[in-house]
Design a protein around this ligand. Structure first.
Ligand code: F6P
Length: 190
């Protein structure tokens, strides 16, 4: 059976600084993950052909850069647009929009000038259509994006979607079955 592999990009400089959004480069730890990824992928898929999909943002492109497979970049895989809050820390955001407001209905909360999780689910539709037609795909993505894709394949409810745990430096393998999905996770302690 075919599988879909999901991984967040390696740790970015913005992750280190606690800032959201942006288009920062990988941190030294993030590059360690990028270097270790080919081996991790090879161990789990062997010689099965694989296509790698990234967003148009540097942190995902850099994470996939060492992988010896065909690559495709998708604008629709870019991280949830935090609008006026792009580049801020959660503490900085807290001053103008306390976190409880977003937490009250995180799926529908839309950043001013930006997007909500609902908006992201809509823009991911073409990606999902294409995914359904493909064989083995590895998506190197972002936290909010991978929450949406994961929730789609595992049929998780909207209220849970924005809180799904997608840790850094972890390869998630999803194998769709007749009923439901089989899932495995491989974490690299980097
Ligand atoms: O912090 C990394 C990040 O990908 C941000 O760019 C993004 O805004 C955030 O995670 C999404 O997570 P949450 O919706 O929980 O804030």
């Amino acid at each position: 059976p075919r599988s879909i592999y999901l991984s967040r990009h390696g740790e970015s400089m913005y992750n280190v600084e606690g800032k959201i959004g942006g288009d920062s480069d990988l941190s030294p730890r993030g590059w360690e993950y990028a270097k270790a990824l080919p081996e991790l992928v090879k161990k789990n898929i062997g010689d099965t052909p694989l296509e790698v999909w990234t967003s148009t943002l540097q942190r995902t492109i850099q994470t996939g850069s060492m992988l010896p497979f065909e690559k495709k970049t998708w604008k629709s895989l870019d991280e949830l647009d935090a609008g006026v809050c792009d580049g801020m820390t959660y503490e900085e955001i807290e001053a103008s929009a306390p976190a409880w407001i977003r937490d009250d209905d995180k799926f529908n909360y839309r950043y001013r000038g930006g997007e909500s999780y609902r908006d992201v689910v809509v823009r991911l539709e073409p990606v999902i259509m294409e995914l359904e037609r493909q064989e083995n795909i590895l998506i190197i993505g972002h936290q909010a994006i991978l929450r949406c894709l994961y929730a789609y394949f595992l049929s998780l409810p909207q209220e849970e979607l924005p809180y799904i745990k997608i840790p850094l430096h972890t390869l998630i393998k999803i194998t769709p079955m007749a009923y439901g999905c089989h899932e495995e996770r491989y974490h690299l302690p980097i």
